[in-house]
Design a protein around this ligand. Structure first.
Ligand code: TRP
Length: 452
């Protein structure tokens, strides 16, 4: 029996390249756009605590399992899970982890691209000086104008999908690795500059209070579900994206160390983004609970009125685009790796075959902000349903299956050899995968029923 396989797609050139790519996948719209607005919608501090607990108790162990499954499988999740299931005499049902993840990745990308398109549009707007001296009302109007125009949304969505599929087309080293190497340092520099700006010119104390004051009375069952879903979303786990990146990880790299570094970097960046955004929200009398438009209605006010705001604004929106870009590629990499393995086609072909349906599906999201905004299922728009389905159902479901498979079905000798951790750590990890993560995820799932 073969416990480890070689990747036909090649390998990352170093541990650092994997770290950057996986962090690039983790850090995205989830950190800069979604985390602040869901924190706002769910009342602040208490939500942040639940979210961080989910990262530690569920996120880190599941991420380790996912990277381990990827590296020992050496293939796209669909094929890797097939091999793993065969090797451990498991039931076919476990193979669903692979294809379900591939589908969820495509669904996520479909709406991710529309939102990244908003950031693209704001990048150009800011560069043209369109945010100069804008106030809260003006920023709100600007945002509604964009959302009410399907034509503009379609253009930006198309541009972003083309960017994403181009990187995929270039493959691992020339595409994914290069792209991320250039993007990562810029993201960090800009976030730091904006944090400094918040401390000097915005209501940073109110922001800290908001993020870290724990009013548990504001926490509902749905909030807990959202926090858990977001822990999966922000770490890019539960659907095979990180598993695919793991397949390209050299055998010498330490999975536990890398996992912890990625989770830490991702959480820090989310907190920093939240800190910056709420500082600006409070200093401009804006509402923290204004939903998906939050950063698009708040940051322009700051950029429009600060020294060198045109430069800062353009750079910041560009960085959101970059962060989203490095995440988007990981969401469709599983399908692409699978297409290349299964049909022996070129990357260019696989990127077209996977990209076009995602692009079409994304049109549903962009219309749900205008023409279709009145059509609701379970009180949610098309975008709301797709986001909820992918982030709150498919991701945790993928996560629970990964945890259970690794905990109960897979041979311990393989996972132990991959992780190379001490006995106590290994037992702790197993305990989390066998009991803690599944029980928590399932308990929270059962409560979904109450939401509808
Ligand atoms: N982690 C990304 C973010 O926070 C989103 C993302 C990218 C993702 N690829 C994924 C989520 C794969 C789940 C699975 O923005």
């Amino acid at each position: 029996m073969q416990s480890t396989q070689n990747s036909i797609h090649g390998y990352w050139s170093s541990d650092r390249a994997f770290f950057l790519a996986a962090t690039g996948s983790a850090v995205g719209l989830g950190n800069i756009w979604k985390f602040p607005y869901i924190t706002g919608e769910n009342g602040g501090g208490a939500f942040v605590i639940v979210y961080m607990a989910c990262i530690i108790v569920i996120g880190v162990p599941v991420m380790m399992a996912e990277i381990m499954l990827g590296r020992s499988g050496g293939k796209s999740p669909i094929h890797a899970m097939k091999d793993h299931v065969k090797n451990s005499d498991g039931h076919n049902i476990w193979e669903s982890v692979g294809w379900m993840g591939a589908i969820a990745g495509a669904i996520i990308l479909s709406f991710y691209s529309v939102i990244a398109g908003w950031a693209l549009s704001y990048t150009f707007l800011s560069a043209k000086g369109g945010l100069a001296n804008i106030n809260g009302d003006g920023a709100g109007q600007l945002f509604s104008q964009l959302l009410s125009s399907p034509g503009s949304l379609l253009i930006w969505h198309t541009v972003f999908m083309t960017m994403t599929m181009t990187v995929i087309g270039y493959g691992l080293k020339r595409g994914l690795e290069q792209a991320i190497r250039i993007m990562a340092p810029w993201l960090v520099v800009l976030l730091t500059l904006l944090a400094i700006y918040s401390v000097l010119y915005a209501s940073y104390a109110d922001s800290l209070l908001y993020l870290f004051s724990f009013d548990f009375s504001k926490l509902t069952t749905e909030s807990v579900l959202v926090a858990m879903g977001h822990a999966f979303f922000t770490l890019s786990i539960g659907l095979g994206a990180i598993m695919t990146y793991g397949a390209y990880l050299p055998k010498s790299a330490s999975i536990p160390k890398l996992t912890i570094s990625i989770a830490l970097a991702d959480t820090l960046i989310a907190l920093l983004s939240g800190f910056i955004i709420f500082s600006i929200v409070f200093s401009n009398g804006l509402e923290p609970s204004s939903g998906p438009g939050l950063i698009f209605q708040t940051l322009p006010v700051a950029f429009g009125n600060m020294p060198f705001g045109r430069l800062f604004g353009t750079a910041f929106f560009l960085l959101i685009v970059l962060a989203a870009w490095s995440s988007a590629i990981s969401a469709v990499e599983p399908i692409n790796a699978w297409l290349v393995e299964k049909y022996g086609i070129t990357r260019l072909k696989s990127s077209l075959i996977s990209g076009i349906p995602v692009w079409i599906f994304g049109v549903g999201t962009l219309l749900s902000f205008n023409i279709w905004s009145e059509y609701k299922i379970w009180g949610k728009t098309f975008f709301g349903v797709v986001d909820f389905l992918a982030s709150n159902i498919l991701l945790p479901l993928g996560g629970v299956l990964i945890a259970l498979f690794t905990g109960w079905i897979m041979q311990k000798s393989i996972s132990r050899a991959e992780l190379k951790i001490g006995n106590r750590m290994f037992i702790g990890w197993m305990f989390s995968l066998r009991y803690v993560a599944p029980i928590l995820i399932i308990a929270i799932f059962i409560n979904i029923v109450g939401i509808f």
